[in-house]
Every structure is written in structure tokens, then in C-alpha cells.
Write a protein that binds this ligand. Structure first.
Ligand SMILES: *Cc1c(COP(=O)(O)O)cnc(C)c1O
Length: 409
């Protein structure tokens, strides 16, 4: 990795140690140039120049640190990586073009033909597709288990298991995984000459829970969601120990799912409002969840910080808030769910989540359509289920809109 020479400002005023996550999300990783700019500079360049042929040769030989080409490194991308690593409490981060690129890169950098994954049945739809449709072609197989069934996680581990994968809270049903217990399982499992790693997909919960502090080996974050937070760009991050991330860096510098410096800059600036936004997302979602639970046309609400949630106590231990995502079952089937969605006027009908704008989707026919009916049943995704990613609008307007929708039943 290239080392950034410190600017005169950083030399004169070194950054204090032991800063808290909300401060790190605003300030970590900035590398000022000699222009002494206050805002983070955007380095829109595909390559970098050398002073002479010797410098070029030294950089390519790896004997001198420095930038060469933006597939390998770029200062805007590096700023995001440093900020995200600090925020998640990891040694190092690697930024990639999308969340899926991050997952794919970790697996292909670390696993080989014959290796095995144990994964929660309630993973993001494209992750399930990757594990079931593509990776078996390369000899990497996956066993799916219920997110909260610890004996099943235990039993699924074989001598070839290299990775445990979980997303908590799950989407759309907000099931909670016990990160501490899964991390412990990885640390005690004897598989071949090493032990499996635990990857937590933390896309829903940056600033809400810190999986590395609970013992996870790697955090994956689809920055496309709450890290950007305004539905502008795609991006993904891996955070973990130096040795784990270095292997991903080496793999990606050849295979090239590198994050664009423009997107890196957008996400970096998004992080500056992360904690503020996540607090308001959660306040709105909590209020919406309680309101929906009391509504006569709603059969069931899934939200981690509702006392009716089966894993309420664990969610309270692991997360600072319930987050922005909730799902609810309307009374009736798919037709009833469609009627509710179609009668709203404000909330966006879109598959994306993690936006300032509230979004709504019918998972069984969209985000989780391609995983098929069996996988949907395993993940508890019924035909009457609607998912909301609660945004930052006035909560009274959001409730008015859902009331308008539910009045159609
Ligand atoms: C969106 C998402 C992903 C994939 O991110 P992309 O940037 O769309 O590739 C992975 N996991 C979760 C939980 C997500 O919400």
C-alpha cells in the first residue's frame, strides 16, 4: 500500500488517539495535500506520473511506495478505506465497486475448490445467488442454516469449512444472529490447518453495531445503502485484520472490481452524517413499527426493537437502535399487499434501501423472487409481506401515507 506523506498541517497538528466512532466517521482518513484544503480532495485520475524512469521502476517492483494506477490505489479511495476501517474498528479496509463485488472478492481471494461455506438462510438475495448458482462451478459449496439455530451452525461445519456468513438484522424479516456466539464457534472449530472466518454483512447497521468488536473476522458493508445514505452511488467495503484484507487487495488489484474515486468521495462525505442519519432513521422506524403493530389491517410487524420481536433481548444487547428496516404482513395474501403498496402516494416503490427517502417493496416478487419459493419459505418471506426502509421524512407524513395504503384493504 502506498504511504501518503503527511502534509504540513498534519505534521503540525497530529490527530488525537482514541476518538469515538461518530468522530471518526467525520474525520478519520483525511490526507491533505500541500494545498491545505479543508474538504477532502477528489482525485479523478486513472493513473499517476513518475518523476523519472527509476521511480516508475521502483514502484512497479514494489520497493518504493506510491500510486501507479487507480485499479491498484487512488487517494480518494484510500481516504474512504481509512475512514471506514476506523469507524468499524478494523486494521484495514478495502473498497470495491459494489457490495456484491466485496463479497465475491473476499471469497475468491481466500477460498479454493473443495472449500465449504456455512451461511445463514436469510442472506441478501444476490448473495444467495452467488453461493448457489455460481460458486459451485468453481468447487465451492455452501450449506444454509437458520440464522438463530446454533446447533445447526455447529453441525454444518466440516473439515473443509473456511467461512461462516451472516447478515444481521436480516432483510426483510429482521432476524438477529448472535455474533458473539458465531465468532466463538469459529474460534473453537478445528477445520483442516486453520479455522473458519466469520463474515458479517453490516450493510443495514453501520454506526449501530460493531461486529469486529464482537469477534467477527471481517465486516462487509454495501456502502450503496446507509454509508452513502442518499441513493447516489454503488460501493462496497471489506474491513478486518491486515493479513485478511491484504489478500483481498492483491486479488482485486488484478481482477479489478475497484471503486471509482468519485464514488469513494461521495461515500466519504456520506459518512460525515452517518450517525446523525442513523439516529433519525431509527427514531422514525421505531415509531412506524409501533404504529403498524397497533393497526387493525396489519397481521404482524418485524422490527428488532419491538418487545414482540422473538430476539428483542439479543437485539438490545448487540445494537444501539433497531435500525431503519422493518417488514410487516398485511391481513390477506399477495393481492392485499399489492393493493396497499399501490394506494400509497409518497413512499417510493423501489427495491433499494438505505436512502433518505422511504422505500417500499414486496420482497417475494422482487428482491427475493429469484431465490425461489423454497428459499423464501426458509427465510420466512410470505406473499403478504411488505418491507419498508424508513427514511428521513416527517414521520407524520409517512404514517399518513401508510394509512392511505392500508385503507385500501
Ligand atoms: C445491497 C446489499 C448488498 C449488495 O450491495 P450492492 O452494492 O448492491 O452490490 C449486500 N448485502 C446487503 C444486506 C445489501 O442490502
Amino acid at each position: 500500500m502506498p504511504n501518503e506523506p503527511l502534509s504540513p498541517i498534519e505534521r503540525a497538528r497530529p490527530v488525537p488517539k482514541n476518538l469515538r466512532p461518530a468522530t471518526l466517521a467525520v474525520r478519520a482518513g483525511q490526507m491533505r495535500t500541500h494545498e491545505q484544503e479543508h474538504g477532502e480532495a477528489m482525485f479523478i485520475t486513472s493513473s499517476f506520473v513518475f518523476q523519472n524512469a527509476e521511480e516508475a521502476a521502483a514502484r512497479f517492483a514494489g520497493t518504493a511506495a506510491g500510486n501507479m494506477y487507480s485499479r491498484f490505489s487512488n487517494p480518494s479511495v484510500r481516504t474512504l478505506e481509512a475512514r471506514f476501517a476506523a469507524l468499524e474498528g478494523g486494521e484495514r479496509a478495502l473498497a470495491l465497486a459494489t457490495g456484491m463485488a466485496a463479497i465475491n472478492t473476499f471469497i475468491l481471494a481466500h477460498l479454493s475448490a473443495g472449500d465449504h461455506i456455512v451461511a445463514s438462510a436469510s442472506l441478501f438475495g444476490s448473495t444467495v445467488q452467488l453461493l448457489t448458482k455460481f460458486l459451485p462451478r468453481f468447487g465451492i459449496t455452501t450449506t444454509f442454516v437458520a440464522i438463530d439455530d446454533m446447533p445447526a451452525w455447529h453441525a454444518a461445519i466440516t473439515p473443509k469449512t473456511k467461512l461462516l456468513m451472516v447478515e444481521t438484522p436480516s432483510n426483510p424479516c429482521t432476524e438477529i444472529a448472535d455474533i458473539t456466539a458465531l465468532a466463538e464457534l469459529c474460534k473453537t472449530a478445528q477445520t483442516g490447518d486453520s479455522r473458519p472466518w466469520l463474515m458479517v454483512d453490516n450493510s443495514q447497521s453501520p454506526g449501530i453495531q460493531y461486529p469486529l468488536a464482537l469477534g467477527a473476522d471481517v465486516v462487509m458493508n454495501a456502502a450503496t445503502k446507509f454509508a452513502d445514505g442518499q441513493g447516489r452511488v454503488l460501493g462496497g467495503l471489506l474491513v478486518g485484520a491486515e493479513s485478511l484484507i491484504e489478500a483481498c487487495y492483491q486479488y482485486n488489484r488484478t481482477t479489478g472490481a475497484s471503486l471509482s474515486p468519485f464514488n469513494a468521495w461521495v461515500i466519504t462525505k456520506g459518512l460525515e452524517t452517518l450517525h446523525l442519519r442513523m439516529a433519525q432513521h431509527a427514531a422514525n422506524a421505531q415509531s412506524m413499527a409501533e404504529w403498524l403493530e397497533a393497526h387493525s389491517k396489519v397481521a404482524r410487524v418485524f422490527y428488532p426493537f419491538l418487545p414482540s420481536h422473538p430476539q428483542y433481548a439479543m437485539a438490545k444487547r448487540q445494537q444501539t437502535t433497531g435500525g431503519a428496516l422493518l417488514s410487516f404482513c398485511v391481513k390477506g395474501g399477495q393481492a392485499a399487499a399489492f393493493r396497499v403498496i399501490n394506494a400509497t402516494r409518497l413512499v417510493s416503490i423501489t427495491a433499494n434501501l438505505g436512502d433518505a427517502k422511504t422505500t417500499m417493496v414486496h420482497p417475494a416478487t422482487t428482491t427475493h423472487f429469484r431465490i425461489g419459493p423454497d428459499a423464501r419459505a426458509r427465510a420466512g418471506i410470505g406473499d403478504n409481506l411488505i418491507r419498508l426502509s424508513v427514511g428521513l421524512e416527517d414521520i407524520a407524513d409517512l404514517k399518513d401515507d401508510l394509512a392511505r395504503g392500508l385503507a385500501a384493504l
